[in-house]
Design a protein around this ligand. Structure first.
Ligand code: FAD
Length: 285
């Protein structure tokens, strides 16, 4: 299913294409429109060292290509894609090679956050790599109870953070279930980042989160060049465009590659109306 031509037609609003060339064309177009990008080579939870190395190599090619474009793009990497399930040291070594290359090419590696079983090990690796290179960004999920503590520690260490609400199905022992509670925690954590954070990124399509952040920024005189909004490619393009034209920095998370299924399913779960969008495309195809 992941390689079928019909599927490519259905997913193209959210996925930039299969190849590095496809995604670079999108990055160039977005840059012309005033957006920055973060490239996500789709994939997660590999089962062998070879697969982890393949994923790492794909990201190395992406970093080299981005360096020659010079458009300020970053890469977004899931640690399970480069071997976290096979051992923390193996994963750290793969991640280190990417982060070193990013440092040399003036880019940055954003380490996506996965389900809560990986939170502690992911943050250990991010903190280690930050200490070594200063070329990583951590991701914190507002739905986790532990996140305020994590944000305060990362902020004290000057680790840049991307804040999102969280996309995984988590048990009530670790994560808030009610949307209102997650939203309230997002606002609280966003204010901490906007007050004390190093180059923070607010990843959300929620106009209420964006409004609150902008009010806070205006009240506190934080400059537009010192933080950014991040949104997913193809989602809430109206809000992306509005923020950009108002002069705020907006980075789009742009997935590419064949392994789109889990990414795509998380997007459908967040917004069942996307199913209608896909059905419409199917009828047109
Ligand atoms: C740049 C970026 C990086 C991310 N990285 C991670 C990560 O590393 N780990 C992680 O767990 N999660 C990550 N996420 C996903 C995030 O945790 C949420 O699941 C997702 O962004 C939806 O939350 P929201 O803040 O947009 O608010 P919601 O309350 O879910 O949605 C608010 C509004 O946004 C719009 N919207 C939201 N989602 C969609 C959608 N799929 N399709 C269409 N409209 C939609 C709708 O208008 C909705 O009413 C990332 C999100 C972004 C934007």
């Amino acid at each position: 299913m992941e390689t079928s031509a019909t599927a490519a037609l259905l997913t193209r609003r959210f996925i930039a294409g299969k190849t590095l060339e496809d995604v670079l064309a999108v990055v160039r177009r977005l840059h012309q429109q005033g957006f920055r990008a973060s490239l996500d080579h789709l994939g997660e939870n590999v089962c062998s060292e070879e697969e982890a190395e393949e994923a790492r190599a794909a990201y190395e090619s992406a970093l080299q290509a981005l360096a020659s474009l010079g458009l300020g793009a970053t890469i977004s990497v899931k640690l399970t894609q480069i071997g976290l399930d096979l051992g923390e040291d193996l994963c750290l070594n793969n991640a280190r090679r990417l982060v070193e290359l990013a440092r040399l090419t003036g880019a940055r590696v954003e380490i996506d956050m996965e389900s809560s079983g990986y939170t502690a090990s992911t943050l250990r690796i991010v903190e280690q790599l930050h200490e070594e290179t200063r070329s990583v960004r951590a991701v914190i999920q507002a739905y986790l109870y532990r996140s305020e503590q994590d944000i305060r520690r990362l902020t004290a260490l000057r680790v840049p953070v991307r804040l999102c609400k969280g996309a995984y199905d988590e048990p009530p022992s670790v994560a808030m279930a009610a949307k209102a509670a997650v939203d309230a925690n997002y606002l609280k954590l966003a204010r901490i980042l906007l007050e004390e954070g190093e180059d923070p990124a607010l990843a959300t399509h929620d106009p209420a989160m964006v409004r609150d952040a902008l009010e806070f920024v205006r009240r506190n005189g934080r400059g537009a060049a010192t933080f950014e909004f991040q949104m997913l490619y193809g989602i809430r393009r109206d809000l992306q465009e509005q923020l950009r034209s108002d002069g705020w920095r907006v980075r789009l998370y742009v997935p590419y590659g064949n392994a789109w299924y889990p990414y795509f399913m998380r997007r459908l779960a967040e917004r069942p109306a996307n199913v209608f969008f896909i059905a419409r495309n199917l009828l047109r195809a």
